[in-house]
Design a protein around this ligand. Structure first.
Ligand code: NAD
Ligand code: LMR
Length: 326
């Protein structure tokens, strides 16, 4: 039997966690042979609700769960964590943009970055889900100077999966027939879902769908999907967000399939001219527990312009929280 991995989850009594925790505990994220210790963080007023979630986790009798701890202190929840899923934050309501949450949520990520720096495993893999996810990840990273900056990422896998579903629906394919989808940039309405490299059953996707559908339907639908769900459900996406977090960490830890890639928001190394340091979504491949940004893709003027719009938004978000970036 493998040694258990320590998985810290924040916002553990919230909506996303209510599906995410059960997927982690059943082995969907780290493998069916990998025991896990769940280290759950909540704010003090939610500790009772969290106790209820833990009771339900216990009642599932998951064979892979080697322990569960709960705390309202980040230094306790992040102790020796191998994986940290930073979900806890206030979600947006109808009519808000994700960046409207910046002020409310930024302080959380600066405190949690410091706590990760103090007590987490030196190899901790961090995924920020709480919005605005890219900039929150940057805040946590910059407050954790002793950890590898590359290990701070943010979630655009939900956008990637949404894009797969839209293209699959349009072409009558299944999502597994589609390779090489890309989400560039911010997890926001400026993100650029790009099918210029995508293949459907081996054929170029761009040749299978009308250009007009791509520009006027596909791109805005993927960009606005979070808002459409809030409008329909009266609450932000939860199970799909949890599922995409499972996908993100699983592929980072276990690797991406040959001949395909996934989208992850990671610290830019200057690839494709994107300002170094911004947490920007790129196509990446993963192997041996590490990721690499896919290099050498051709970028036409249409794509370049959209990649820069979302880059500019990330610069503005960063500048808006400069006081939290040591
Ligand atoms: P929720 O309100 O149901 O749950 C959030 C939980 O976080 C609450 O239980 C709250 O008590 C807790 N929390 C708040 N501050 C905390 C802190 N400092 N430490 C620990 N816990 C804290 O919200 P949700 O629907 O689970 O969404 C969580 C976040 O995820 C929101 O910011 C939402 O916008 C974001 N989200 C991101 C994506 C993505 O693709 N990146 C997708 C969906 C939702
Ligand atoms: C989503 O994309 O569903 C989440 O980021 C929630 C939101 O605010 O859109």
């Amino acid at each position: 039997m493998k040694n258990p991995m320590r998985v810290a989850v924040t916002g553990a009594a919230g909506q996303i966690s209510y599906s995410l925790l059960f997927r982690i505990a059943s082995g969907d994220m780290l493998g069916k042979d990998q025991p896990v210790i769940l280290q759950l963080l909540e704010i003090t007023p939610a500790m009772d609700a969290l106790r209820g979630v833990v009771m339900e986790l216990e009642d599932c009798a998951f064979p892979l769960v080697a322990g569960i701890t709960t705390s309202d202190k980040p230094e306790v929840a992040f102790d020796k964590a191998d994986v940290a899923l930073l979900v806890g934050a206030r979600p947006r309501g109808p009519g808000m943009e994700r960046k409207d949450l910046l002020e409310a949520n930024a302080a959380i990520f600066s405190e949690q970055g410091k706590a990760l720096n103090a007590v987490a495993s030196r190899d901790v893999k961090v995924l920020v889900v709480g919005n605005p996810a890219n900039t929150n990840s940057l805040i946590a990273q910059r407050n954790a100077p002793d950890l590898n900056p590359r290990n701070f990422t943010a979630m655009t896998r939900l956008d990637h999966n949404r894009a797969l579903a839209q293209l699959a629906g349009k072409t009558g394919a299944s999502t597994t027939d589609i390779k090489k989808m890309i989400i560039w940039g911010n997890h926001s309405a400026t993100q650029y879902p790009d099918i210029s490299q995508a293949m459907v059953k081996g054929d170029a996707a761009s040749g299978l769908v009308p250009r007009d559908w791509y520009e006027s339907d596909f791109i805005p639908t993927v960009q606005q999907r979070g808002a459409a769900i809030i409008k329909a459900r009266g609450a932000s996406s939860a199970a799909s967000a949890g599922s995409s977090a499972v996908d993100h960490i699983r592929d980072w830890v276990m690797g991406t399939p040959d001949g395909d890639w996934v989208s992850m928001a990671v610290p830019s190394d200057g690839s494709y001219g994107i300002e170094k340091g911004l947490i920007y979504s790129f196509p990446v491949t993963c192997k041996g527990g590490d990721y690499s940004i896919v290099q050498g893709l051709e970028v036409d003027d249409f794509s370049r312009e959209r990649m820069q719009v979302t880059e500019q938004e990330l610069r503005e978000e960063r500048d808006g929280v400069a006081h939290l970036l040591p």
